[in-house]
Design a protein around this ligand. Structure first.
Ligand code: NAP
Length: 305
């Protein structure tokens, strides 16, 4: 509980700032060692306004830590083959360390095309089958940034997970499923609920920690939650021009002990996580690079920056 009697608000901004400070230091050390800054390519397919805003935020975050961000715009009418060739060029570009592709893609394009084309070593938001497989095996790899952010907020806020009952509502490959896998790594007892779950209310009432990622504004209400539960509200929905979560924050705050606000909870941490994964990618690529190629890259990067 907060000193004023309401639940503790698990704000994302201070956690994101702490993560970004670590990344900024790592970027500085990398630049001193390598002679150039790490780079992230953000691919926007079509002129989807909310996605463009989100990508601009990522580029701003990149600048704030000294990472070079490159927006790559692809026509919304592009074919799968064209998108594949754009990604293949980025895969082969030694000046690009990480690639993210903004979702959702226009309907005629195929997510599998992207997932199978992207180089897993540059897949810093974990959409390739290789990184998804590593995640499910509990091995090192890249993880979906939003899912990792949801768990990072709990861990960095000192919320105990080991042995606790956690319910993740939502089973998408980008949020619910990977969040559940990450929670298992922290030894939580995890259940995953979805649209066919028979008694969601009963399941939620048994949960010490609840992570909600369903895309339905205000769907989980206070009466569905156990008193004292901790809630991570991943949802981002626009209702009458206002951003609201998947949890009805007003009624939930009557019963929970801690909750992430929306906006200002998971969102800011997601961007910071992307940057840490980019740094990991850059460090791994630098370590694996033959010397001659490294010299060439350093010269090209210095000319660019
Ligand atoms: P998604 O792909 O549409 O998946 C939604 C999931 O919710 C599905 O597994 C679905 O079940 C489940 N679901 C839908 N209605 C349900 C209900 N009535 N009861 C129980 N489960 C239900 O969505 P997503 O991409 O995972 O995104 C989820 C939310 O997170 C959205 O609000 C999105 O905007 C937000 N988000 C936030 C961030 C961030 O940085 N904060 C990033 C990404 C997404 P089925 O599988 O049975 O259909």
């Amino acid at each position: 509980m907060s000193p004023r009697g309401g639940p503790r608000l698990l704000a994302g901004a201070p956690i994101a700032a702490e993560i970004r400070a670590g990344v900024k230091e790592a970027v500085g050390a990398y630049e001193r060692r390598q002679g150039y800054r790490p780079s992230l390519a953000v691919v926007l397919v079509g002129k989807d306004a909310p996605s463009a805003v989100y990508l601009q935020q990522i580029l701003r975050s990149c600048r704030s830590v000294g990472v070079h961000g490159r927006m790559v715009e692809v026509s919304g009418r592009a074919s799968n083959a064209h998108l594949r060739s754009v990604l293949a060029d980025l895969n082969g570009d030694p000046l690009i360390n990480g690639i993210i592709v903004q979702m959702p893609l226009p309907r005629h394009l195929d997510l599998e095309t992207v997932a199978e084309t992207l180089d897993p070593a540059k897949d810093v938001d974990c959409i390739t089958p290789l990184n998804a497989g590593l995640l499910s095996l509990g091995k090192e790899g890249f993880q979906p940034a939003t899912a990792r952010a949801s768990v990072e907020i709990l861990v960095r806020s000192g919320i105990e997970l080991e042995g606790r009952r956690v319910v993740v509502v939502g089973r998408s490959n980008v949020v619910g499923k990977p969040a559940a896998l990450l929670l298992l790594r922290h030894h939580a007892t995890v259940s995953i609920a979805h649209s066919r779950t028979a008694d969601l209310r009963g399941l939620l009432r048994s949960a010490d920690v609840v992570v909600v990622a369903i895309g339905r504004p205000g769907f989980v209400t206070g009466s569905m939650l156990k008193r004292g539960a901790v809630v991570v509200d991943v949802g981002i929905n626009v209702v009458d021009g206002t951003i609201v979560g998947d949890v009805d924050q007003a009624s939930a705050r009557e019963v929970v002990s801690a909750i992430t606000p929306v906006p200002g909870g998971v969102g800011p941490v997601t961007n910071a996580i992307l940057l840490t994964q980019l740094m990991t990618a850059a460090e791994r690529q630098a370590a694996a690079e033959p010397r001659g190629r490294r010299a060439l890259r350093t010269g090209a990067a210095q000319a660019l920056h």
